[in-house]
Design a protein around this ligand. Sequence first.
Ligand SMILES: [Zn+2]
Length: 415
Amino acid sequence: MPEGQPGPVIFAAGTLMPVSSPPIRDGAVLVEDGRIKSIGPLFEVGRKNPDAEVHFFPNYAMIPGAVNAHAHLGFRRKDRPEGGTFSGWLGKLIERLPEKEAWTAEAARDSAREAVEAGTTYMAESSPYGECLPQLAESGMAGTVFAEFFPHEIGTPEEAVEFIVGKARELQKGLPERVHASISVHSTYTVDPESSCLAAQMTRELGWRLAIHLSESPEEVEFVRYGTGGLADIFGSNEWGGVGTSPVRYARDVELLAPETIAAHLATIVSEEDIEILAKTGVAAAHCPRSNDYLGCGVSPVPRMLERGIRVGMGTDGLWSSPSMNLFEETLFAVDLHGMDGVTGLSLATLGGARVLGIEGETGTIDVGKRADLALVEISPREEDPGRDVLEAAAGGGVILTVVGGDVIYNRLGV
Ligand SMILES: [Zn+2]
């Protein structure tokens, strides 16, 4: 198997599913310098490139790697707080933060490994002050760490934003070519309006992406609208809750919503008016249905958002609110939840995430010129709904090879 070797390599499979175009039987991808140089039937690509090393997997499907649009690496499956209500879960999570410090790095390493072994090639990760960047960087995946900041721990809004932007710049030093650092405004209830607005202005000026959690829970809706409820109880009475609007409207009013912004969840009471705001501002959505289910948060109106042209990608969230870091498993859950076909699901898990992150020119489909970010799945999909077959296989542990920029970062076959 190639390990960053210079010569051309052909990866071929019984079914090649580029996502941007129909499946190709016995399809091949020619990879050189980490990028896709050619795709087509193996006999053609092979004939034109006789010097290339060929790896052909006749009984497998090759798909673009998963692009996880919203994840947290620093959690583990063990001792996760009980779900049911978001504020109950968050309260317990906060209580356990001091003991969590001892195992966060190990959890991040394990979570990243699990994502890689499930065919993930790009991950948008959010962690406090970017603490999980080292584990993302060493995983072999491409990705962005969004450093969350909590202004009350730092100082004035100006000081807080200056600090976190400086922190992200520091994190950006010495990273692998395709690993980046940016910032996250954690939520409407942990970051004050002024800091939110300043952070959004800064990221726009710098051309960075901005990650936020938005309209995630009934408690958030109550907090923003009335300034009361479980989140007000946790964070104490505060001066900005109770503005009388939906979280989406509030986020627009503090200028958080823009094409560079990735809003995770949008699970609770997202109205038609909210969807209109999301569409008009061009904000992108990261859909994490299993986390929403576990925390009693509701169902995000994904089909309606897609109809309105809103970019939607999939996110696993972290292991304290979600059963796995397998984005294809997350997507299969979404497909069943919304009654979507498998091809739409596969597209959400790959191209959808890439569009959310503004990297669709680089990854998300198998197309000439893009990075060779690939996953090989143990399945010969049927013609009726090949996307569904592939999602089911990948969700069930069927990924056997993960390739990022032409480098094999996971190889279960060991060949
Ligand atoms: Zn999250």
